[in-house]
Design a protein around this ligand. Sequence first.
Ligand code: 5AD
Ligand code: SF4
Length: 564
Amino acid sequence: MLPWGRALRAAGLLRSAGAAAAAQCGAARRERCGPGPGKRRGTKLPAGPDLRHFLRGAAKREPPPEPEPGPVPSSGRVYLETYGCQMNVNDTEIAWAILQKSGYTRTKQLDEADVILLVTCSIREKAEQAIWNRLRHLSALKARRQQQAGSPLRIGILGCMAERLKEEILHREKLVDIVAGPDAYRDLPRLLAVAESGQQAANVLLSLDETYADILPVQTSAGGTTAFVSIMRGCDNMCSYCIVPFTRGRERSRPIASILQEVRMLSDQGVKEVTLLGQNVNSFRDMSEVQFQSAAAPGLSRGFSTVYRAKPGGLRFTHLLDQVSRIDPEMRIRFTSPHPKDFPDEVLQLIQERHNICKQLHLPAQSGSTRVLEAMRRGYTREAYLELVHHVRDSIPGVSLSSDFIAGFCGETEEDHQQTVSLLQDVRYNVGFLFAYSMREKTRAFHRLQDDVPAEVKQRRLQELITVFREEAARANEAMVGQCQLVLVEGPSKRSALELCGRNDGNIKVIFPDAEVEDAAGCQAPARAQPGDYVLVKVTSASSQTLRGVPLRRTTLSRSAAGH
Ligand code: 5AD
Ligand code: SF4
């Protein structure tokens, strides 16, 4: 499951949808906008099908309808707002790429927009609540606009909440014009065309194979230093608390060839860090090449099981990681979010061997109690999880670890909670994302379990977890004081123009003075580091979230790996 940290980092682009008791959130990523505001052309459209037409045919697990031939290109200004995880940031760019091709322009100004699209999240109730509140505000704006200027404003709900609550949204919020699920973004131009004619339009079909492989979303950071590349979508794990399999559908992987093509393109553009993105990245299985369809399934991490039968065939994550990391030796590779069950030795060995694959793993534990893990249907015990942590640390010395935890799951006792506290102490994560349990309809927990931990107890336990996590992370980070860390510079620090901000290999934020530094090769005059430069920084202090240090020299990833 995707952590929210990196997503919250996308602050310029992203509005956090509540809950976010995440103990770690980082620097802002700025929104990239399309060309400036364009003039709206009044396009006469053929009458489209109405809402019922789409909802009735919306049988799940079928391929989405082919978009009707040649939707009439429109030109409106689109304002996109993103809630939730990094996957949604990526989806925003997919939706935008599709609309741009159809003649839309993008605006950062809400009051300039002809179309407002919210890319939504359903993972916790608070996330949805924030979106309902926003919708009410936007609906008022729409009504005002209509009264004052007579110009229609279209509002669309995209993503997980659209999938989960399509009919409720359309009925409760009569002013919503478009509802599009996560697999229906190709249909957006047509849905908008229907909305232009004054009707509501919806497509919430889930797909078995949509990966938007051919749509190259522009998803780089403001400085053009880092980028996200989507490699798979959906989830087959069915953890009992999680709505994701219902909103995002079955697991499917993007063909390797198109992933490699995108990473090559990013490398040519000078991007220095690519994060491979998906709901379960390390369950990647590309079935598009016939000759690999009968390959044996790789083993699971020791002591782990799944609710589904082993899936043989296809090109796996190790192969993808190997190929991606060979593209550019100066490009750092990360991936998120993995599932702890899919860490066979080949993956760990590759991470250890390849100098440009970051030694940083997200191992979402969710709970430290075997009893609760069983109720969550996570497929492992506390002991198996701890064994994996030790194995990972033996295989990749110095690896930085992060995790997700849920406080107050159904039936969680004080003793179970203490087990989670002790897991946090035993593992000492560098980064953590901690949430109070929020019951979601449709999930197994909703049907079979009692949400019996009182809200105030959940909050108290959550606070305790956050406190323990912070103490341990501060200790883990303090151990780096005095060490040299290789930092990829992202840009000026948010707090001071005199400082630069970047990340070390473990994805921890590092701040250091923006001073002239010499070049390790010695062939260039001392200069100030720029976004995209690698700088060796000696760490002088640490907190639970940030390292501070002094820059020693500019260098390269390969030179640093070779110990120069
Ligand atoms: N309540 C609280 N947290 C949840 N998560 C997923 N579903 C829920 C829920 N119903 C958390 C898990 C997951 C992270 C992205 O969100 O920890 O890993
Ligand atoms: Fe992650 Fe489990 Fe939800 Fe899948 S079902 S998205 S693995 S938490």
